[in-house]
Write a protein that binds this ligand. Structure first.
Ligand code: BGC
Length: 251
């Protein structure tokens, strides 16, 4: 079965039809730039462009980079326009797409669900935490394969700072940090999350997962196993489609 997945990120809106049996894109993805400011209207236009590029008329699963409750209501908007807060995103996107069946899920939760089913978390029991490092830091926490939704561990306070402002990949770019310097910050962040949750496994997702060889060796003194995500930057698209299909770890 195929469902369309769209991943709304701080820099791009990307989507493709997803083959749910394989957990992979059925066609090459298409991407448009996220508008700035990333208002509901501007983002909805971007989503429409991506979906129409494929002439898709079936159900669409979307991710959102903030807390999403009930598959629809946006509760936080750390890296997009604040006017998203309390928006009914399902209604917004469905109207803009001309009545498609739409669901919305947090971006990191979507990536986590995809990694647990088809990637680095397959068959892993106990506590598994996926962290996505991008414009912000997203988190997805699983206990015996079941998602605890909307955990928002990227906003833990570390040394008086919101952790994502210090250790996201945007923080690396903005501060022109070397891999080693940035990895040192990631290490402190992981140590803090490990102190709170003692996971068996950390999965490192987001764009940096493709460059794991540049920084993972700098991360020491963490007891949990640390691995890069396997679906890399497609995990959000795949997870969004899985969520729309209802195969999302019980949400
Ligand atoms: C948001 C999370 C999101 C993460 C990654 C954070 O700023 O609060 O909901 O998952 O960024 O996009």
């Amino acid at each position: 079965m195929q469902i369309f997945g769209v991943d709304i990120g701080g820099s791009g809106i990307k989507g493709a039809p997803v083959d749910l049996d394989k957990g992979d894109l059925a066609e090459e993805r298409f991407k448009v730039l996220t508008p700035h400011p990333a208002t509901p209207d501007g983002v909805a236009d971007g989503v429409k462009e991506v979906v129409e590029h494929f002439g898709w008329t079936g159900p669409v699963g979307l991710t959102f980079p903030g807390v999403v409750t009930g598959g629809s209501t946006i509760r936080t908007a750390a890296n997009v326009d604040k006017s998203w807060i309390d928006t009914d995103a399902r209604v917004l996107f469905s109207d803009r797409l001309g009545g498609h069946d739409v669901t919305v899920v947090n971006d990191a939760d979507a990536a986590g669900v995809a990694e647990m089913a088809f990637g680095a978390g397959r068959d892993r029991k106990g506590t598994v935490i996926l962290l996505t490092f991008g414009t912000g830091i997203g988190s997805a926490v699983f206990v015996d394969g079941v998602l605890v939704p909307n955990t928002e561990l990227g906003h833990l306070e570390l040394h008086g700072h919101d952790a994502e402002t210090r250790a996201s990949s945007k923080a690396k770019e903005d501060g022109e940090l070397t891999w080693e310097h940035w990895a040192h910050r990631v290490q402190k962040y992981l140590a803090h999350v490990e102190m709170l949750f003692t996971p068996e496994l950390f999965i490192i997702g987001g764009g940096v997962s493709r460059k794991a060889d540049k920084f993972l060796h700098f991360i020491e003194d963490i007891k949990a196993e640390i691995v890069p995500a396997q679906l890399q930057n497609n995990a959000g698209i795949v997870g969004a489609a899985m969520h729309a299909a209802g195969g999302d770890g019980g949400r």
